[in-house]
Design a protein. Sequence first.
Length: 601
Amino acid sequence: MKMVKLKFGFTSVRTRNWSVGISIMVLALIFIIRYEQSGHKLTTEIDEFDIEGESVQEPAKKPHLITLEDLDYLFSNREEEEDEANGLLVWSHMRPFLERPDALPETGQGIEEAALAMKGLVSLINKEKRASSSASGMVSMKARRTCPDFVNVADVDLSGLSPVLELPCGLTEDSSVTFVGVPDEHSRNFQIQLVGSGILRYGVNFSKPSIVQNTWTEKLGWGEEVRCPCHGSYENQIVDELPLCNEQTSRITLEESSNDDAMMDDFPFLRGNPFTATLWFGIEGFHMTVNGRHETSFPYREKLEPWLVSAVKVSGGLKLLSVSATRLPVPDDHASLAIEEKLKAPSLSGTRITLLVGVFSTGNNFKRRMALRRSWMQYEEVRSGNVAVRFLIGLHTNEQVNLEMWREAKAYADIQFMPFVDYYGLLSLKTVALCILGTKVIPAKYIMKTDDDAFVRIDELLLSLKNKPSSALLYGLISFDSSPDREQGSKWYIRKEEWPLGSYPPWAHGPGYIISQDIAKFVVKGHRERDLRLFKLEDVAMGIWIQQFNQTVKRVKYMNDKRFHNSGCESNYILVHYQTPRLVLCLWEKLQNESQSVCCE
């Protein structure tokens, strides 16, 4: 496939003394990015909706504009302590990519929210520094660590519009929210909403017994609803090896009847009867169990991932006795100097290291990062500085999460912050940042991308790379024949305008792949000169960019290795994916005790 090169005569402005003409042009650019691609910011929640789908009102939208001040604030030079500033090493290189006329759709919103987040973070850091001058201040700041692992509320009043439960630092995989309630005797319906950058609606309808799940986002509006009992294309869909609808629930008859209760033999909710329902969060989606039985599942959609959820709202004909959230993301206490030194990123050896590993993470995945530091980041090649591992993390919309990340970055010196909020649609900007990091900041012979729920055998990886070429290399689990996902609402949904062809060029699965430095340099140069197109699926994007390298620079060696497992674990692996912190530590222990790459499930 021949890629079309496009160049734009746009000058990147780096100082605050801009000319009037340039200022107007940049302002217009940001306006276009903000409104034509990102849409308006969500400012209020759903006013009302009918669970039977008769009338649904979208949340009201309040327009607002990202300003030049947002970009200036993010990229201005601030006098920081050296160990604090080290987390911002790629920022100065990123600005030209964020100002592109063909920027990714969520770039405007990501920059704007990052500017607000950075202002809040700087304010909290300054307060913490002032408070640290006194013992009482230290106690006070320690008490302000507000990322608890459990929150709950009892005898909930549903008469107001406020959330019934705030989630101070969001959710993560394995988190759960449990509701204990009693539907009113004459209840028509009730609804549960998870609120964040979007809304997940879980609706229970008694008039025609059914459960409806749907999402609303600023970009897409209402998605396609999933109704249990389900029919058509959703009937056989699986999420985390669970069906969208429980088989018993799916047997409910929806035929007209004079006796509503006669239709509800298998329905999990009964009017006047108490229930305990738990909404829990897996790898692929949300799941609801009622009175101990799995009832429904719902795949994650863009902007509806656990870390983006900030509150729970409940409304309708229901007496809510209690709501509790457990297994919430909690940061480690970095107080032990001995632990910090053992886990802190070591000094790097030489001018060019063998391998830079960029781990894509999100703000409140504290436990995942700590599991990696205590496991495969303890390989001798990493501790000696021949291999560097860095976490690439966007800023969070929650100021407490940002403050905890900042403390973590100071303690371990292995975090690189991104100048945007961590939306899924901006992941390929992280890929560009990783290429910058591996060519301009920490030069490396090879550059690897992986995720914070992956376990990497650094020893086997380095051994394998000894037999691989040092240039024009893509190494990993490579897909040579794949097609765009055209299902709207999917995290991987691609419109024909974004990719009109029926297939992608070869690409390596995102949980783990390696490129040579010359490809990384090509990516950085190509984006700086705008010869390369941006594409939201980061692993496919790298495949698109490498195809252009293959066509214009040098023939690429696509080296496929099935020991890179992109879903789960198999023995004799180089990399395994979807590993919880517990499994990561278990895999490391097995390697230490048995010297074998065997799985822990």
